[in-house]
Each structure stands twice: as C-alpha cells, then as structure tokens.
Write a protein that binds this ligand. Structure first.
Ligand SMILES: [Fe+2]
Length: 347
C-alpha cells in the first residue's frame, strides 16, 4: 500500500469512528450491496420427504411430552439458509396431537392456519366457535383470536401449522397471551361462521365486507368439489387447475398476510417455467410429480413438502398416469399489498 492510499484508509477509518460516536455512518467499502439488481434471498429452496418426516414425527410423538414441551408438540420445517423459519416471512411446523390431549388456549398477534394431514377427531375452537377437523380441511386462527385444540378421537392426528411469525417479528409487533384456563368456553351453536358464509355464494343480508375473514374453516370436500368443477376450464399454463381460498365477504385472500391455494396437476401435465417474488410452501396431498427449481429436480410424492425461494425459476410436471394434488401457502398477499410482487415467465 502506498502512502496516499494508507492516508486515505486512515482518514476513512477516522471518519467512521467519529460518526459512530453520534450513531451515524456512511457507506463502507465492505458493506454488502443494498440495491441488488434482483432478489438475492438468504432462504433456500428445500424438499422434505414424507419418508424422512414420518419416523421423526413418530419419535416426537413418543418422546416429547405435551405438558413439558409447552402448549404445542411440533416439528418445524427449518430452512437451512435462515436462523429461524421455513421462509423469511412464515414458519411451517407439523403438529402431532395424541388422543385425549389438549393443546391449551392462547392468542397471539401472528396470524395462523392449519391444514390437516392425517387423522380426525380433534376439535379446534376459535373465539368460542368449535370445528371438528378432518383430513384436507383448512382451519384459520386470525391474529389475536383465542384458540385451542382438544383431541377427542382415538388415533394420533397430524396437521401443518403455519404462522407469519418472521413477518410479524420484522415489524416488531409480537404479542402473546395465555388463556386463564386450559380451554375457552364453547358456544352452544356449532359452525356459526359456516352457516352464515360457508356456501361462498350467498351471505346474510347486511353482512359487510370484512378484512378479517369471518369464516373459521374450509372443509376439504367443498374445496375438492370446487377444484373438480374448475377442471372444466382452460388449464393454467403453470399450475394446470388451481383455486385460491378466499374471504367470502369480499373475495380477498383468506388471510391478510398469507395466501392458500389448492391445485390439480393432471396426468401428463408439463407446466410453464416461471419465477416471482414471495415465498411458498407446498404440501403434496396425493399423487407424484416433479418440480424443477433452478437446477434441482424435486421428485415428490404424497406427504412431501417443498419450499420455493423468491425469484427462483420453477416448473411443475406430472409424468405419471395419475392426477396429483398440491396444497400451498404463500406470502403473496403481503407482497401484492405492498406492491412488491413481480413475476416472469419463460416461453
Ligand atoms: Fe397458537
């Protein structure tokens, strides 16, 4: 190093130290680029196989005591590119509840949802409204609503829990409150939100568009019937047959921060390649197929999960003779609300 550059480096160092005394700074040569030309996410795309997850779930069912573990027994789908979380905005965890167990009541500022993977007989209660959950159902617990689960069935029950925890943490809006008792009182009239809004076609006169979805649950039978009807429409070039779960009062996504979709990839489907901002987690409800993410091939089958990183090229294919069904959760409603959503397609 010559004298001039040594002098210049010393001057920069002195400036940095001086500014730091006043909690100020200027750009330093070693700072990472702030405005990259396109997203450079820390989170990675990941494929979790059911054949790996199943023994892990059996193990935590035997070894993790619900009372000692806290209010929930969960296996987190951890993204190796992040300190915590499945994506940089939300956490996906597989919850196991055994017959007779109670996951005690609480509420939090994170929005949560669950998609039922295996079993039946557990009831979720949200703000006094209870719902008996079954395979394929989507159940919502919007932000700051009291919720608890009681397993009245006779076999272990498994579901995917998703919470927008990392988004909430980035906004420093974390609140949590345990309920005074184990469970909350249950209204005498079950399924009241379903009775009012469940058809998705009609609603009580005077019901106003609600930014917090009033509907507690989306039963699988309803979603599958709608999807089969949509199969008569022209195919989506990337997703074949796909429908989004919506707020029945105004047609917006079922949750304000998280979007959920159900799709059929029919036998022989070969999807168009695309990329977009936002992250998404897939669960394979049934069937087999291949999703190519950048250079990686995820050969998936029933029970598998995969997460796609923002701006990663990806493409779905079903090269089998059976239709496949995927369920997904994504953070696209948040990106669209903030005008950060962008998407590209390859011919
Ligand atoms: Fe919760």
């Amino acid at each position: 190093m010559d004298n001039i550059s040594e002098e210049s480096a010393a001057r920069r160092r002195e400036l940095k130290e001086h500014l730091a005394r006043f909690n100020c700074r200027v750009h330093q040569a070693g700072d990472p680029p702030f405005f990259t030309r396109e997203p450079k996410p820390d989170m990675q795309s990941v494929h979790w196989r059911w054949s790996d997850l199943q023994p892990l779930l059996e193990r935590i069912g035997h070894e993790v005591d619900l009372a000692a573990a806290g209010p929930r027994r969960t296996l987190r789908l951890h993204n190796p590119g992040l300190a915590v979380g499945t994506t940089h905005t939300f956490w996906g965890s597989i919850q196991v509840i055994l017959p007779g167990e109670v996951a005690t009541a609480h509420r939090h500022s994170a929005s949560a949802l669950r998609f039922i993977m295996k079993g039946q007989g557990a009831w979720t209660t949200v703000e006094g409204e209870c719902y008996p959950m079954a395979e394929g159902d989507l159940v919502l617990t919007p932000a700051w609503t009291w919720h608890d689960h009681v397993h009245k069935g006779d076999e272990p029950m498994v579901w995917l829990d998703v919470l927008d925890i990392s988004l909430m943490k980035s906004m420093e809006a974390t609140f949590f409150e345990p309920y005074a008792g184990d469970v909350q009182p249950v209204h005498t009239l079950p399924d009241s939100s379903w009775r009012a809004f469940g058809s998705g076609l009609m609603r009580p006169p005077g019901a106003k568009p609600a930014t917090v979805n009033p509907l507690l649950a989306y039963p699988f039978g309803m979603a599958e019937t709608a999807l089969n009807a949509a199969a008569g429409l022209p195919a989506d070039p990337c997703d074949d047959v796909i429908l989004e779960y919506q707020n029945p009062t105004d047609g917006s996504p079922a949750m304000r921060t998280l979007g959920m979709q159900l799709q059929l990839l029919r036998a022989g489907f070969n999807g168009q390649r695309r990329r977009h901002t936002g992250s998404k987690l897939y669960y394979v409800v049934r069937g087999q197929g291949v999703t190519t993410v950048e250079q990686e091939r995820y050969e998936w089958s029933q029970g598998d999960f995969m997460v796609i990183a923002p701006w990663a090229w990806h493409q779905h294919q079903n090269n089998t003779s059976q239709d496949a069904m995927l369920w997904q959760v994504n953070d696209l409603p948040t990106l669209k609300l903030l005008h950060y959503f962008r998407e590209e397609f390859q011919p």
